[in-house]
Design a binder for this molecule. Structure first.
Ligand SMILES: [Zn+2]
Length: 162
């Protein structure tokens, strides 16, 4: 097992809390994070930073899960607050849609979540939902029926398992 490596357009900025993961999970994260970073306009000269945290339970114990707590030194919970604030500022329904699009482009937390969802292939243990949870799971999926408790537990980070 080893820590998730930095890529070309992204830097993993969280030793020593970047918990070691399996080669399969490291490779999957590296692939998706590179795609996220390049899609968002980052380069080798101007990379985006990704901050991992230390997970403790379940899949984390065997290196099959990782928790991402921040993008560009801003916590996922803060990215989510910023998202909510922008949406609350727009009262009209059509304005809300336009704002969601606009905020989506600049909100790196949301972009990272969507990149992990669209490009990543995550574990789905029998009888359980796909193992991608974070602040946007209820609106964006994949498991829109996420409980209040599980959603609250992922209010400040994104959890993936493979
Ligand atoms: Zn986790």
């Amino acid at each position: 097992m080893f820590p998730v490596p930095s890529g070309l357009a992204y830097r993993v900025n969280s030793p020593p809390r970047n918990a070691p993961v399996t080669p399969e999970l490291a490779a999957e994260l590296a692939r998706v994070l590179e795609r996220f970073a390049q899609d968002a306009g980052f380069t080798a000269e101007r990379p985006v930073s990704i901050e991992f945290g230390q997970g403790i339970v379940g899949h984390h114990q065997v290196g099959r899960a990782a928790d991402i707590y921040g993008v560009q030194s801003i916590g996922l919970g803060k990215w989510r607050e910023r998202w909510d604030a922008r949406l609350a500022a727009a009262r009209m329904a059509n304005q809300r849609r336009a704002l969601a699009r606009c905020e989506g482009v600049s909100n790196l937390g949301w972009r990272l979540y969507k990149a992990l969802q669209i490009y990543g292939r995550w574990a789905q243990p029998y009888g359980y939902p796909i193992q991608l949870f974070g602040p946007w799971t209820r609106e964006e999926g994949p498991w829109k029926y996420i409980s209040d408790r599980l959603l609250a537990a992922h209010g400040d980070h994104i959890h993936v398992a493979k």
